[in-house]
Design a protein around this ligand. Structure first.
Ligand code: 4BW
Length: 150
């Protein structure tokens, strides 16, 4: 009987699957929402990581959260975008992974989140693991198994 810990070892490590930090669009905790919305719209992503000036991961900010925050009773109050900083509305309660974790550790988290941030022991941001990269691994594995039985 193979244990859960043993079965994990058959899958790639997070460090081999992640998009490295230098390729990940991000914003800073002190940025106004105006800047965060610009990054989100220009990059085309619906949510991106939030870092502090020491590159420590702090949370995630999304287009939906920004739009919810600026929605007044009858209209969007876009002037508020310059008055509110990212840290005031970001989601800080998000799970993280370590580069030494295995793909199976990411799988459970990616059910509820489209991406999971990867941080080192010091909390510094190393990159993200996306649903796309994990699904690609599963697809590869599935086709390898098919070939094996052919
Ligand atoms: O600009 C894009 N390029 C490519 N190649 N694919 C994109 C792009 N924008 C969206 N997509 C696709 C991806 O398949 O749409 C999916 C959902 O995007 P999202 O969530 O809602 O913006 C993408 O799926 P994914 O690659 O599994 O990525 C999941 C989430 O991870 C994205 C986004 O919030 C985040 N993300 C991915 N790459 C990122 C990033 N955030 C910052 N920088 C990156 N390089």
């Amino acid at each position: 009987m193979v244990s859960l810990e043993q079965s994990k070892l058959e899958w790639p490590k997070i460090k081999d699957l992640m998009i490295p930090s230098e390729k990940v669009a991000h914003v800073q905790i002190g940025n106004p929402l105006e800047h965060a919305l610009l990054v989100l719209v220009k990059s085309g992503y619906s949510a991106v990581p939030v870092l502090d000036p020491t590159y420590t991961f702090q949370g995630v900010i999304s287009k939906t959260k920004i739009l919810e925050e600026t929605l007044g009773i009858e209209e969007f109050e876009l002037n508020r975008l310059g008055e509110i900083q990212v840290h005031e509305i970001m989601d800080a309660e998000v799970p993280c992974l370590s580069p030494e974790d295995h793909m199976i550790d990411a799988l459970h988290k990616l059910i509820d989140y489209p991406f999971v941030c990867v941080t080192n022991e010091a909390g510094e941001f190393d990159g993200i693991v996306t649903r796309r990269s994990v699904l690609k691994q599963y697809s590869k594995h599935y086709h390898e198994i098919l070939k094996h039985y052919e």
